[in-house]
Write a protein that binds this ligand. Structure first.
Ligand SMILES: Nc1nc2c(ncn2[C@@H]2O[C@H](COP(=O)(O)OP(=O)(O)OP(=O)(O)O)[C@@H](O)[C@H]2O)c(=O)[nH]1
Ligand SMILES: [Mg+2]
Length: 311
């Protein structure tokens, strides 16, 4: 519980160490997180997602600059791409983010996506909690793409920014239903390029056809992240979204939904670990053989295991 205590005292090295232990799923992490938990729930957790190279890191850096000007403490978690093809971008990220690293009000960390998808989402959520307990007012989580991992991570964020760029042809058509679902805010970055206006109007049309009465209408903002243009407006929109979440009762609903998801997942893991511990290896061998030989299907075998474990 030493690390948790040090995190609460504002010790950066303890933050880095604890996040590494979370990534490694090291024993003892659970105890540290348990004692941090009552000190979390203050930070605004913001997801920043979008296609590779759309300017997420540049935007995150700009947002951080603006938040710092307002005196807010910021944590950034860059979730490394799973794809080996975009792996090279990770190093670039670290380099581009460098100019923030001297600031004691900023904590930057990248998370490796090893293990299962669900594992990454959980590790990211835990890391965000550590930064929350550390005293960050905002925690930015950068993820590449719009796959299941991003959707899972977006669920743990309060506000999700989807970054689009003009000049790729049918960027708006390419938006999948899943993205519309997770976007609380659209940023059309690289607005110094031609066609930014077209992307905005196409997106506006698309959103109009997806309107639900009383629901939050995701604002669409243009930025030139490299110049900082439009970035303060993004911070303003994020603050308004957080206000909306609080006042509409949506925040409460989302937090309960997340709590349920986390609880179910934890129960599943704990029951499984418990059952597995009590399993006789030879018995498992026999069961596996019967499944392979088609005497027994896996689902029925599972039912039998659970039945015996319950006694
Ligand atoms: N012209 C222009 N270039 C930009 C803008 N924002 C970012 N860039 C450039 O786009 C490139 C990619 O920017 P990043 O911020 O690394 O993009 P990213 O989405 O984080 O990239 P990955 O993490 O690799 O997916 C860099 O060369 C940036 O300088 C912008 O508003 N206008
Ligand atoms: Mg990046």
């Amino acid at each position: 519980l030493d690390l948790a205590k040090r995190v609460l005292e504002g010790d950066r090295r303890a933050v880095a160490r604890l996040i590494s232990l979370i990534e490694d799923e090291a024993p003892g992490v659970e105890d540290e997180l348990r004692s941090l938990y009552p000190h979390t729930g203050r930070a605004h957790v913001i997801g920043v997602t979008g296609a590779p190279g759309s300017g997420k890191s540049t935007l995150a850096r700009g947002l951080t600059g603006e938040l710092r000007r307002q005196g807010r403490k910021v944590g950034i978690i860059a979730v490394d791409p799973t794809s080996p093809f975009t792996g090279g971008a990770v190093l670039g990220d670290r380099v581009r983010m460098q100019d923030l690293t001297g600031d004691p009000g900023v904590f930057i960390r990248s998370m490796a996506s090893r293990g299962a998808l669900g594992g990454l989402a959980r590790a990211t959520a835990d890391a965000a909690r550590v930064l929350d307990a550390f005293g960050c007012d905002a925690v930015l989580i950068e993820t590449v793409g719009t796959g299941q991992a991003e959707v899972d991570i977006a669920r743990t964020a309060h506000s999700t920014v989807v970054v689009l760029v003009p000049g790729m042809g049918d960027e708006v058509q390419a938006i999948k239903a899943g993205v519309l679902e997770i976007a609380d805010l659209f940023v059309v970055n690289k607005a110094d390029r031609a066609d930014a206006g077209r992307v905005v109007s196409e997106l506006t049309l698309l959103l109009r056809s997806n309107l639900h009465p009383g629901a939050w209408v995701p604002p669409i903002l243009k930025t030139v992240a490299t110049a900082g243009t439009g970035v303060p407006e993004v911070v303003g929109a994020l603050d308004r979204h957080r206000e909306y979440l609080r006042e509409s009762g949506e925040l409460d609903r989302r937090l309960r939904e997340n709590a349920l998801r986390e609880l179910v997942e934890a129960v599943r893991q704990q029951l499984l670990a418990d059952l597995w511990r009590g399993l006789d290896e030879r018995e498992l061998d026999v069961t596996l053989a019967s499944i392979v030989e088609r005497h027994l299907d896996a689902r029925s075998a599972a039912r039998e295991l659970v039945k015996r474990w319950k006694r």
